[in-house]
Design a binder for this molecule. Structure first.
Ligand code: SF4
Length: 478
């Protein structure tokens, strides 16, 4: 066993007992098919999500639900061989085709997949499937969705060491020892949406704040002085408090200090992204939160965020506008985690297929405590590690980001395996870096676990043999 393997097994994973191997499961119907061309089955779980056609068919083929074994097999085949081609390109303004109720773009790709059936398909993967996926990864073949399902399945739990070694080697080959560091800069915590998992939700009685340009300057200086050159600007969803004009002004205000500016704000239209790109924005982060269409409705109760397809196609619109870096993610804890990880992989492959000029980043934040949020479900470390390693093997060229939501120990260990980008020294309240005194601090979006400063983080990564950088070299070429 190599040093990496020993370190991995002895230190990352402390909850070995809670998963069981599923080595004797049956073969998945349609598993011999690996052609990724896909087809149009005429299913739309997003428009008829409550019916959950796949799940009833799976549990009781030929039951009174009207679905039958053939339909169930077709639903599973689509999950194992999804098409990456949209029905038509996403509308630049996010409009739906009124007759077909089809938004095109990734929303049309996602609509073909029955989310409620993914967990069944994943759970049927066997030891043999995992070994085959690892063999393919070792020979640098592109993994199929069938392989990906195997790697995120419980069957892969027995192969975590081998996955870690393969992911480490792939990361080293594609990214070297480099870890990109960036910092979030919250412009505002004003929000008109009600999302049940977020401290900024409109119903929460918290201190609200939107930075003035002078305040933004001070926050930007604080980060610049600590070496940060890639900054992520964030807001809530308040189109009046932080309109596109405000975002444009903010980017122009700080572009002299930050060669790389990303935004994580409310979904915009293609012309708005083009406008912000001219102002210096080169990256977009938009996390779907949950790809489960039923759960999406349950946790997004008010505001623009209720518009599922508008959000699903947000990365398409940024790609159309020529935004160079696109980050997507799923918030683990809202729905079945393996199904979310599957959909994130599908979304990633879709973007690489349709917007090959953009650099893809993926992330899997785990739900954290926030104002008004309690009783959070837990995605345990061992399971979480499996998902991150599977993502690396499935998306070898994607930047994988790990935020300060995770503990210092966990971040240190994952940096060597598959993570290539980290936030550092994060404050999740507007004005948190410099302008706020303790008494008048605005509310945080969520609590963080890694409180190390940017300098401490940089030194720690060096101790670990990593090469922390503050600027993605390619951003100077934009
Ligand atoms: S997740 Fe975003 S849109 Fe939802 S309440 Fe929080 S800031 Fe607002």
């Amino acid at each position: 066993m190599s040093t990496t393997e020993e370190t991995f097994s002895q230190t990352i994973i402390s909850d070995r007992d809670h998963l069981t191997s599923k080595s004797q499961q049956e073969e998945e119907p349609g598993s011999s098919l690996h052609d990724p061309s896909g087809s149009r089955p005429g299913l739309n779980p997003y428009s008829s999500a409550e019916a959950s056609p796949g799940s009833s068919a799976e549990s009781s083929p030929g039951s009174s639900s009207g679905t039958n074994a053939a339909q169930s097999e077709e639903i599973h085949r689509i999950i194992l061989q999804p098409s990456l081609n949209p029905d038509f390109p996403a509308h630049p303004e996010g409009k739906m085709d009124p007759e077909k109720r089809d938004a095109g773009g990734f929303a049309s790709v996602a609509a073909r997949v029955d989310f409620s059936s993914i967990a069944t398909v994943v759970s049927r993967r066997t030891d043999r499937d995992v070994k085959r996926a690892l063999d393919r990864a070792a020979s640098r073949e592109q993994l199929s969705f069938y392989d990906y399902c195997a790697l995120i399945s419980p069957a892969a739990d027995s192969y975590l060491e081998a996955m870690a070694v393969a992911a480490r080697d792939l990361t080293l080959q594609r990214f070297g020892n480099v870890i990109q560091l960036f910092a979030p800069l919250y412009l505002s915590n004003e929000c008109n949406s009600h999302c049940t998992y977020c401290g900024f939700s409109v119903g929460n009685q918290i201190r609200r704040k939107t930075l003035s340009m002078e305040e933004l300057d001070r926050e930007a200086d604080a980060l610049y002085e600590q070496g940060i050159r890639h900054v992520l600007l964030l807001t809530g969803e308040d189109y009046r408090a932080t309109p596109v004009e405000y975002l444009e002004k903010a980017a122009l205000q700080i572009r002299d200090r930050f060669p790389s500016i990303s935004i994580e704000v409310y979904p915009l239209k293609t012309p708005d992204y083009a406008r912000l790109r001219k102002a210096g924005v080169d990256g977009l982060a938009v996390y779907q939160e949950t790809y489960d269409p039923v759960r999406y409705k349950e946790v997004h109760l008010q505001g623009m965020k209720k518009r599922l397809e508008f959000r699903l196609n947000c990365p398409d619109r940024a790609g159309q506008a020529g935004i160079r870096k696109i980050a997507i993610g799923a918030l683990l804890g809202l729905s079945d985690p393996a199904s979310e990880v599957y959909m994130l992989g599908l979304h990633g492959r879709y973007l690489m297929h349709n917007f090959w000029q953009t650099q893809l980043s993926v992330s899997l934040p785990r739900l954290r405590q926030a104002t008004g949020v309690s009783d959070l479900p837990e995605v345990r470390d061992r399971e979480f590690v499996r998902y991150l390693l599977a993502l690396r093997l499935f998306l070898p060229d994607a930047v994988i980001t790990l935020s300060t939501r995770e503990s210092p120990e966990f971040r240190d260990r994952m940096a060597g395996l598959c993570i290539t980008q980290m936030s550092a020294g994060s404050k999740t309240d507007p004005g948190g870096y410099r302008i706020s005194s303790e008494q008048d601090r605005a509310a945080e979006q969520f609590s963080i676990d890694d409180h190390r400063s940017i300098g401490v983080m940089r030194n720690r990564l060096k101790e670990l043999g990593k090469d922390p950088i503050f600027l993605d070299w390619s951003s100077v070429l934009k």
